[in-house]
Design a protein around this ligand. Structure first.
Ligand code: PEP
Ligand code: MN
Length: 339
């Protein structure tokens, strides 16, 4: 961090501020004296410094950050790619791509088991399905909740597929622990810091989706919340952001893939279903994600999309999922990955 001091800052002001920064944050302060202006270069771990509070100091002209505020998620701290094991042999990150597939919502035992069997037959290795659904309208289907979790577990028992499902409230963590293999934190909860802190206390993998109005730095700071609690099994998921474009449900920020992979060592997957919001867009967006370097995909698949209780418009039929997997496989091979 660099502090540019005002011309009115006296040597006493500078010494007082330097001592305070060292005593409070343990940083080393290197002063650089110019003609009139003094610049203070702060060396050490500056992540705990409250920049807003510092900016109220009337002797400071400007504050410039030279380091990202996220540490544990930062590739500088961990140059190797991290891999996250969801279940024995099911690893996110590395040469092999993962596909998490299933319905938006768990609707019944027959439905979730049938979808699980079909997506597994086409190469998905993780079953997705929502039991607690954070819907934009309170009048929309809210999910089967605890019953949905039980049904996901039944689908796991029937197929062996590990399960990823969304948690919206920290009070449900205990319930989820032995019923799923990976927590999903949805876009709407990306900055639910109480939830992140509690999930950070567990060791179960967390699929963290990017909020639709959040920067990549904010996204990585949310990952940092999980990791700071001790849970390093974090998977990042780009799922589209809100832009001025209304033709698509969201705008898939494909640049998030190379940027996040450069900034962080965490695996990055893409959800083309919530990005495009329309079934025919899923395949091309999925291909683009794999070509851009994503470590996997999350795709919504439904036994009968036109009667789905949520997100039917973007859900693939079994047939279109099968075709989609074939084209993803071809792109994966072209970029030296496997599916
Ligand atoms: C979902 O995965 O069904 C979902 C609600 O996703 P998002 O949080 O990305 O909207
Ligand atoms: Mn959905």
């Amino acid at each position: 961090m660099i502090l540019v001091m005002k011309n009115s800052a006296t040597p006493e002001h500078i010494e007082q501020l330097s001592n305070w920064l060292t005593d409070t944050y343990g940083v080393h302060v290197n002063p650089i004296y110019g003609t009139g202006t003094t610049v203070l270069a702060l060396v050490g771990d500056t992540s705990a410094i409250d920049q807003d509070a510092l900016s109220r100091n009337s002797k400071i002209e400007r504050i410039t950050k030279v380091q990202e505020p996220f540490k544990l998620a930062n590739r500088r701290m961990h140059p190797e790619d991290t891999t996250v094991e969801i279940a024995p042999g099911v690893v996110v990150g590395g040469k092999k791509l993962v596909v998490m597939a299933g319905p938006c919502s768990v609707e019944s035992e027959e439905q979730i088991i049938d979808v699980a069997k079909h997506v597994q037959a086409d190469g998905a290795t993780i079953l997705r399905g929502g039991a607690w659904k954070p819907r934009s309208s309170p009048y929309s289907f809210q999910g089967l909740k605890a019953e949905g979790l039980e049904l996901l577990h039944k689908a796991h028992e029937a197929t062996g597929l590990p399960v990823v499902t969304e948690i919206t409230n920290p009070k449900n963590i205990e319930l989820f622990l032995d019923k799923c293999d990976c927590f999903q934190v949805g876009a709407r909860n990306m900055q639910n810091f109480d939830l992140l802190k509690e999930l950070g206390q567990t060791h179960k993998p967390v699929l963290l989706k990017r909020g639709f109005a959040n920067t990549m730095e904010e996204f990585l700071m949310s990952a940092e919340y999980l990791m700071a609690g001790g849970n390093e099994n974090v998977i990042l998921c780009e799922r589209g952001i809100r832009t001025y474009e209304t033709y698509t449900r969201n705008t898939l920020d494909i640049s998030a893939v190379p940027v996040l992979k450069r900034m962080s060592h965490l695996p990055v997957i893409v959800d083309p279903s919530h990005a495009g919001g329309i079934y025919w867009m899923v395949e091309p967006l999925a291909k683009a994600a794999v070509a851009a370097g994503a470590d996997g995909l999350m795709i919504e698949v439904h036994n009968d999309p036109s009667h789905a209780l949520s997100d039917g418009a973007q859900s693939l039929t079994y047939k279109s999922f099968s075709e989609c997997m074939n084209s993803i496989r071809r792109v994966a091979e072209a970029v030296g990955r496997e599916l």
